[in-house]
Design a protein around this ligand. Structure first.
Ligand code: BJW
Length: 238
């Protein structure tokens, strides 16, 4: 069956084989950290130095990693797909961008970073967003107001509203295929997208992950295995 409006949701599992740790697997990103300390606005208010350090290390790590066969398979598929293809990523890395880099992407393709981006910073006062490739700390002057203590990583922490929610809702309502890749289904609202698609009655839903996610029973189809194996095979046959 040919699908016209496809939504792909990706999580940390798609980037794992590029060398970026997931969150909840053993030895993951939060090992050695309390989530409340590094992934909440309250943690940032308490100890900005710790939070900046955590994200500075992860931003620097992006220089060392490349998209893997799963990111590339999605990018290749996007080039030939004639309907719309919306990639909603929970990831703050830029491996989907790197995978499409240098290619003219069709008009129907879009990529939405619902949990923000490591390579962006935001001014706490004006909400202006800047491309950011270096380290930052509390003393870094903000480019718009030239004052210290104004910059934060452009990341959606717990308790904050994820980005592009209206646009995401629009794509979920009209999609005829929803594919969830490499996410444990622990974090809302992303974990609820499959239910939103099911409630429309028109979308086929597929989970592709290393293991069954929290919401696995909600999907019509499931494929389990490493993303670099399962994803290229899946998109070649779609
Ligand atoms: C592989 C693989 C390989 C490994 N191949 N697979 C009580 C009930 C319900 C909700 C709430 C609640 N209390 C609070 C909430 C809301 C809260 C929430 O969901 N909390 C839960 C813990 C319960 N959510 C929020 O606060 C969000 N905001 C919000 O809800 O606003 C209100 C709102 C209401 C209604 C509509 C809209 C908004 C904000 C959430 C922000 C999440 N931010 C983080 C941190 C970002 C910064 C950073 O990167 O450091 O985003 S949390 C972290 O988890 C990160 C990820 O994007 C996110 C999801 O993780 P992901 O991607 O699923 O990774 P893992 O590690 O969990 O899973 C990896 C999977 O890959 C595993 O299954 C592996 O098996 C698999 N895998 N290798 C294939 N090679």
């Amino acid at each position: 069956m040919a699908y016209n409006h496809i939504v792909i949701l990706t999580g940390a599992g798609i980037s794992a084989e590029s060398g970026l740790s997931t969150f909840r697997d053993a030895g993951g990103l939060w090992a050695g950290h309390r989530i409340e300390d590094v992934a909440t606005p309250e943690g940032f208010a308490r100890d900005a130095a710790l939070v900046h350090h955590f994200y500075n290390l992860r931003r620097a790590q992006l220089n060392e990693v490349r998209p893997n066969a799963a990111h590339l398979a999605i990018a290749n598929f996007a080039q030939t797909h004639t309907g719309t293809l919306t990639v909603i990523t929970q990831n703050v890395d830029d491996l989907h961008e790197q995978a499409t880099n240098g290619h003219d992407m069709p008009q129907g393709y879009s990529l939405l970073h619902m949990h923000g981006e490591l390579r962006k910073a935001r001014c706490l006062a004006t909400e202006e967003i800047f491309k950011w490739h270096d380290t930052m700390d509390a003393s870094t002057p903000c480019p718009c107001c030239n004052k210290p203590k104004r910059l934060r990583p452009h990341i959606v922490w717990f308790g904050e509203m994820p980005l592009y929610m209206d646009l995401i809702g629009h794509h979920l309502r009209r999609c005829d295929l929803f594919v969830s890749i490499g996410t444990s289904g622990n974090v809302y609202p992303a974990a609820g997208f499959v239910q939103q698609v099911r409630s429309t009655g028109n979308g086929h839903t597929i989970e592709i992950n290393m293991e069954p996610s929290q919401g696995h029973s909600l999907f019509h189809e499931k494929i389990y295995g490493a993303a670099t194996q399962t994803i290229p095979e899946f998109f070649i046959n779609l």
